[in-house]
Design a protein around this ligand. Structure first.
Ligand code: NAI
Length: 474
């Protein structure tokens, strides 16, 4: 028998690597295995999972780069800054993105060394129980451990009628690495990936059509916020086709024909590239060896309780492979919670205060309940709204679109949800998360002194509008 550990984490994404580091910090002998589908060009293993390698981090690098290109081309003139001869070098953008990913992936290896986490390259498979130990096969080796944390993440959902070839028809991995700007891009799915990566390529000059089977844009977002974002993206030239079913895609050389059906009407869309972004599915089988099956819930996720325990003794599961939003920060918090529970502490995740962010322009961010959710649950609530058009800082930045909306309970004034569409919504929502975590009332936020002039004042004003029925500047 090979090495012995207190905790073996299967999967080195944001949930897994954080769980391993926290476990080691608490004095446990911890290892983390990673099957490493994202080897760098030298074949070196790269930790960080989907988020770091082909998700959050590279997409934000490209969103920022493409935003700068658009600024230089179209928007700086309004500030009195004339720029001529703007050129976009997609290769350089990609190289910069790649360098960021490589730097951060190396950083996780350094953190493992500093904290004493053993890195086990190779796919980890739960093999079976021997007494109060689990055997985990990693590559050709078998290690023993008291606890196992399954953090195998998720995979893109595949549409049988739209096979991904990685060249013309791609999922997000491909669309983060195209070496040239497609003339016409069809995005299948108006979800988070569709709007973020659709934005990148639209800003760089592609004609972008987003085909969505549902009737509404971003159904999980508050309806006012979703409407505002859709309108902004349409102004930027993105086209949306709702209620459209994709019947198939034919690829002919470097061109694709996407066959769609809207009601009874069939149509063919021509494209140079197709991005399939129709959701993700849990990858539980990634941690299983023949004869072992992790218990699943009715939707195919690994079934866990509120502290991420599976029904198998001392086997835990976290991140995209279990219920809840598929968000890196939710996975990280679960990693911390599980490591602390294994160490005998009382780690917790407050699932009511997990923020969502969509990194479009304008950004969208929210925490807590939407108006539709509050109406459906029969809760009586008040709405306070503050537009960025009345915010001096936003106007100075040329970002007067969008608003902050605070929803608070009518009886208690407790904040139930905060929704932001506008510049730096991703940063603004953090104050709302702090408020909700400490069960703040809208009046609490309204009475705190916010610096002037800041975008945060819109949150202050929206809270005042919810608490007192009025704000100072709107
Ligand atoms: P998603 O669930 O956000 O959106 C998928 C969309 O595809 C939905 O609107 C759905 O109705 C539509 N769809 C499904 N089948 C379709 C079909 N056959 N034809 C047309 N449309 C169809 O999933 P997405 O965008 O793939 O992202 C996956 C996950 O990744 C998200 O749930 C999110 O948790 C995570 N993510 C988070 C980001 C962030 O936090 N900023 C960024 C990117 C991804």
């Amino acid at each position: 028998m090979g090495q012995h550990f207190d905790v073996v984490v299967i999967g080195g994404g944001p949930g897994g690597y954080v769980a391993a580091i926290r476990a080691a910090q608490l004095g446990l002998k911890a290892a983390c295995c990673e099957e490493n589908p994202y080897a760098d060009p030298k074949g070196e293993p790269r930790l960080g999972g989907t988020c770091l390698n082909v998700g959050c981090i590279p997409s934000k690098a490209l969103l920022h780069a493409s935003r700068l290109a658009l600024l230089a081309r179209e928007e700086l003139a309004a500030f009195g800054v004339e720029v001529e001869g703007v050129k976009v070098d997609v290769g350089k953008m990609m190289a910069r993105k790649e360098a960021i990913v490589t730097q951060l992936a190396g950083g996780i290896r350094t953190l493992f060394r500093r904290n004493g986490v053993t890195f086990l390259p190779g796919r980890g498979r739960l093999r079976g129980e021997r007494g109060d130990l689990w055997e985990v096969a990693v590559g050709d080796e078998v290690v023993e451990t008291r606890h196992v944390v399954v953090a195998t993440g998720s995979r893109p959902r595949v549409l049988p009628e739209v096979p991904v070839d990685g060249a013309v028809v791609c999922d997000h991995t491909g669309a983060l690495s195209w070496s040239s700007v497609p003339e016409r891009l069809v995005v299948i799915g108006a979800g988070v990936i569709g709007v973020e990566l659709g934005s990148v390529w639209r800003r760089l000059g592609a004609e972008v059509t987003v085909v969505e089977v549902g009737a509404r844009f971003l159904p999980s977002a508050d309806a006012d916020v979703a409407r505002a974002l859709q309108q902004a993206l349409e102004r930027q030239g993105m086209r949306f086709r709702f209620g459209c079913r994709v019947e198939g895609v034919q690829v002919n050389g470097e061109r694709a024909i996407v066959q769609i059906k809207e009601g009874e009407v069939s149509e063919r869309l021509e494209a140079d590239r197709v991005l399939v972004a129709v959701g993700r599915v849990p990858y539980a089988e990634g941690a299983e060896e023949e004869g072992i099956r992790l218990p699943r819930d009715e939707r195919g996720f690994v079934a866990v309780d509120e502290v991420c325990r599976t029904r198998l003794p001392r086997v835990w599961a976290i991140g995209d492979v279990v219920r809840g939003p598929m968000l890196a920060h939710k996975a990280m918090q679960e990693g911390v919670m599980v490591a602390e529970r294994i160490a005998g502490q009382a780690g917790m995740v407050n699932y009511e205060a997990i923020p969502w962010v969509i990194y479009t322009d304008p950004e969208v961010a929210w925490v807590g309940k939407s108006e539709a959710e509050l109406k459906a649950s029969g809760v009586r609530y008040r709405v306070g709204r503050a537009p960025f058009a009345a915010n001096g800082r936003a106007l100075g930045m040329g970002k007067g679109g969008g608003f902050v909306k605070v929803l608070s309970a009518t009886e208690s004034d407790r904040i139930l949800g905060v929704h932001v569409v506008g510049e730096e919504a991703s940063e603004l929502v953090a104050s709302a998360v702090v408020g909700m975590e400490f069960s703040a009332a809208a009046e609490d936020l309204a009475r705190i002194c916010f610096a002037h002039p800041t975008l945060g004042e819109a949150l202050h004003e929206a809270a005042a509008a919810a608490a007192f029925g009025r704000a100072m500047h709107c």
